[in-house]
Design a protein around this ligand. Sequence first.
Ligand SMILES: NC(=O)c1ccc[n+]([C@@H]2O[C@H](COP(=O)([O-])OP(=O)(O)OC[C@H]3O[C@@H](n4cnc5c(N)ncnc54)[C@H](O)[C@@H]3O)[C@@H](O)[C@H]2O)c1
Length: 422
Amino acid sequence: MENKKTVRIGAVGLSGRGSGMLGLLLQVEGVVVPAVCDLVPERMERGIGIVESAPECDYDVHGYLDYKEMLKNEQLDALFIATTWITHSRIACDAMKAGLNVAFEVGGAASVEECWEIVRTSRETGKFCMLLENCCYDRNEMAIYNMAKQGMFGELIHLEGGYRHDLRDEITLGRENIHGRLYNFMNRNGELYPTHQLGPISKLLNINRGNRFLTVSSFSTKSRGLNEWIRKNKGVEYDLYGTDFACGDVVTTIIKCAHGETIQLTHDCCLPRPYSRDYLVQGTKGIYEETEEGAAGRIYLDGLSQNGHRWEDFKPWRDKYEHPLWKTYEESGVKAGHGGMDFLVLSAFVESVQLGGRPPIDAYDTAAWMSVTCLSEQSIALGGAPVAVPDFTNGRWIDREEPVRRGVYCLDDICTEFFPEK
Ligand SMILES: NC(=O)c1ccc[n+]([C@@H]2O[C@H](COP(=O)([O-])OP(=O)(O)OC[C@H]3O[C@@H](n4cnc5c(N)ncnc54)[C@H](O)[C@@H]3O)[C@@H](O)[C@H]2O)c1
């Protein structure tokens, strides 16, 4: 078997997510992590320990509290960033300017200017900036993409998704656990975490390659869930009780696309409820809808569904239309991390570093998907008025100079030629 090129990747941000992803990153063939960084010394030390305990580690690992020192001192090919939402792109832009390709964890943008900076820095430096949207590589999402590409849903009309996750303890205990969400919920009212479903939806709708987001309209409810959780779990003496949390408990956003599709997103992290990403894909020939977590979901296809106007289990359809990447992955052994998708998104990042560029989620995608957060804040402040989404491609969504890079991790087509028939 051909050996993959060795690439040197630094890691910044080593809390729960960063340290979990670091362990997986070290399992991707050809990856060396010579340097790790976190503002918190124990987390930086833990990061060193994770790298040193990897079976293939026969090199020194350097720890940093300041990522700028790390960029100055280390010879790295790329940077993996899992810091807080509002710090990802600052670190990413510094890293691109230092000559590194970058990937960062999901979150939304604080300003439109931040999104432009990602795009301009990537273009000016020739380095890529990839949002690590793992849900693009989820098994269900990939099977649906495969079916959609084969025309099974007809022309796509309306799509929905959400981040509906009871994070009341994680948000509220942000100071005790040194976790970044709290101050965002205290200060910002918007769709704070848009990309888990917007990523797969954007790839279905060819956003930035023939289509684009035109406007964002958002509405927010009042905020009650976090204070209620505090009252019940910490008591009214707890200093955060009675805080006027800016973020509404449920934020609903509608994005209108250039070719007439609508996307509805729901952000819902402050009330008791089961986890859901609420995926829904509706076209002229049928509809898919997510059901409970871990299940395949349900489907109805015009003329093909046997049961009158009733849903069918998606599982047999998923078996039939499994994405070739998932077929291969199942044969080779699915890794841990949100049902396997985390390892795939990291593998896609590493392959792009090894091949020198053009990741499946690029700076234009990163900017457009993240921009929904700050645009939704503006829309809510304007009573739900539609807010224009900038064209971060400056017209290139119509005539991209670079074709899609085809390969096993491609999210812009099904590249069957990379999956030889057995
Ligand atoms: N894709 C997924 O499924 C998934 C799951 C969980 C979290 N996430 C995302 O991963 C990111 C990290 O999540 P988390 O829960 O670990 O967050 P966290 O707030 O617990 O940790 C962030 C870490 O970054 C460090 N940090 C912040 N600024 C820094 C800087 N300038 N230099 C060095 N270190 C810095 C902090 O000290 C902290 O240890 C977030 O964007 C989150 O949304 C993604």
